[in-house]
Design a protein around this ligand. Structure first.
Ligand code: KG4
Ligand code: ZN
Length: 338
């Protein structure tokens, strides 16, 4: 089954063709990062307009690269939630038009379920159940993936997402948007103990965490040193911050593994590209003899292929939509899709 998959929830327009949920025939991305950089973050209005400009050509390119014609598309899948509402709407409307024109089913896909499915592309033998640490720009949660379309959230952030914090701290340090990767690179030469930062505990909820205090502490530290005219050791601040985020995420993920008894851990989302988090997860998983799945960096960020993969399993579960499909800025990863 060839699925034409559309992703437009944030600042990347992405279209892919995925066969039977596992084989990527093409994966095309038009990134808007350069456009948003000058504003220091994504401007929703501009994102929507850029998606409209890119999506038609990108779909043709995805079909050409896949080596298939429009008539060989068996279904159209689209991220319908969550994301910037105007941006998601562009993808949903394009997908509705394409499914109608081609006379094929329309499959709505939750963006975070898509991130988790990136693991199916990187690890062809991976099947649920497994545990997944989801760390993206907008989400941070530990998910028990019981089946391809059956999930339980075991814990997560009560406020800011990990990526959001990386980006805000990087911005205060004067790094270009999105700053997570730049902060990660800067951290490599720093001393991670020079600037101690608070932990992210939530009393009474050992699998939950709170990142807003950590983010504020890092930003206050930067401002205070600046006010006192003292030199900030940027690599060490970056190393300390990366360490604090990793120390918040990794032990909770290990606790969730112990509580569920799962023997496979997957990671998903853009922050899964972080070198400190990857190294810590590798070490802890190896210590416990747990299988660790970490998709390559190209599959960690937003892409169309991950949507095409999850779409196949949503289709098998009977989760298709008609032309009344809407886009949603927020929506739970759980339960009934629409
Ligand atoms: O999953 P994603 O591509 O988009 C969302 O669905 O949110 O994640 C983007 C986030 C951004 O906050 C970006 O700064 C962060 O992932 N990110 C990183 C790294 N690479 C990307 N954060 C920390 N370290 C990295 N190496
Ligand atoms: Zn994403």
């Amino acid at each position: 089954m060839n699925i034409l998959a559309i992703e437009s929830s944030c600042d990347e327009t992405a279209v892919a063709v995925v066969r039977d949920g596992r084989t990527v025939l093409s994966d095309c991305i038009a990134s808007q990062v350069e456009t948003h950089k000058i504003y220091g973050g994504v401007v929703p209005e501009i994102a929507s307009r850029k998606h409209i400009e890119a999506i038609y050509g990108l779909a043709d390119e995805a079909l050409a690269q896949a080596g298939i014609t429009r008539n060989e598309v068996d279904a159209v899948a689209v991220t319908y939630a969550p994301g910037l509402i105007g941006a998601v709407l562009v993808g949903v409307n394009f997908a509705k038009g394409a499914a109608c024109r081609l006379g094929v089913p329309l499959i709505p896909v939750h963006h975070i379920r898509g991130h988790i499915a990136a693991n199916y592309l990187a690890y062809p033998d991976l099947e649920p159940p497994f545990l997944c640490l989801v760390v993206s720009g907008g989400h941070t949660m530990i998910v028990d993936v019981k089946g391809y379309t059956e999930m339980e959230i075991l814990g997560g952030t009560r406020d800011d997402a990990a990526g959001e914090c990386f980006d805000k701290v990087a911005r205060v340090l004067g790094m270009p948007y999105p700053g997570g990767a730049a902060l990660d690179r800067a951290a490599r030469t720093g001393d991670d103990r020079k600037y101690p930062l608070p932990d992210s505990k939530v009393d009474g909820s050992p699998l939950d965490l709170s990142f807003s205090g950590l983010k504020t502490a890092a930003i206050n530290l930067i401002h205070k040193l600046d006010q006192k005219g003292e030199m900030l050791d940027v690599p060490s601040l970056c190393a300390g911050f990366s360490r604090a985020v990793s120390d918040a995420l990794v032990p909770r993920t290990m606790l969730a593994l112990e509580q569920t008894g799962r023997r496979t851990l997957a990671v998903a989302g853009g922050v899964a590209a972080n070198s400190r988090i990857r190294a810590e997860l590798e070490r802890e998983a190896a210590r416990r003899g747990v299988r660790l799945c970490m998709p390559p960096l190209s599959l960690c960020g937003d892409n169309g292929a991950m949507i095409g993969s999850q779409a196949y399993y949503e289709y098998l579960a009977g989760h298709t939509a008609d032309q009344t499909l809407n886009a949603y800025a927020t929506k739970s990863i759980l339960g009934e899709q629409i």
